[in-house]
Design a protein around this ligand. Structure first.
Ligand SMILES: [Zn+2]
Ligand SMILES: [Zn+2]
Ligand SMILES: [Zn+2]
Length: 145
């Protein structure tokens, strides 16, 4: 689903943030590249190099936090590295990550629905499967053993 930078700056405004050139650049990067798994560092770098913004790390994090609080952005952890950000408008998906080579695949949240329902029955927990990735070995690495 397509989202405009304006939709993101509106969300920031609703969170009480002033819309500065730096925040506008962060929103532009996210809107343009949301199909990718963007880290805060990548967003910062692209805001500077592609958008010519003067922006520091704390501004990027504050902007990302505000977008998450407003519900338009979510983050996931793919492994030991930093969190990656997705727009909440994208289909919720679970990640499988190869612990050896880092290869990443997306699986539909629906694919783990049965497991989640069973967990709820047995433990009472309401599980969000999309926050952390499932790790293992990709086909290539598994075959190399
Ligand atoms: Zn993803
Ligand atoms: Zn987290
Ligand atoms: Zn692998």
């Amino acid at each position: 689903m397509h989202i405009t930078p304006d939709r993101l700056t509106d969300a920031l405004r609703e969170q009480g943030l002033r819309i500065t050139a730096a925040r506008r650049a962060v929103c532009a990067v996210i809107a343009a590249r949301h199909g990718q798994h963007l880290t805060a560092a990548t967003i910062l770098e692209d805001a500077v190099t592609e958008r010519g913004a003067t922006v520091d790390q704390s501004t990027v994090y504050r902007t990302l936090d505000a977008l998450e609080e407003s519900g338009v952005l979510v983050h996931s952890h793919l492994g030991h590295g930093p969190a990656v950000y997705h727009l909440a408008t994208e289909a919720r998906h679970q990640h499988v990550v190869c612990r050896r080579c880092g290869a990443t695949e997306e699986i539909e949240a629906g694919d783990v629905a049965e497991w989640i329902a069973r967990l709820r029955e047995t433990t009472g927990f309401v599980v969000d499967p999309t926050h952390f990735a499932v790790t293992g070995l990709c086909p290539d690495c598994a075959n190399r053993d």
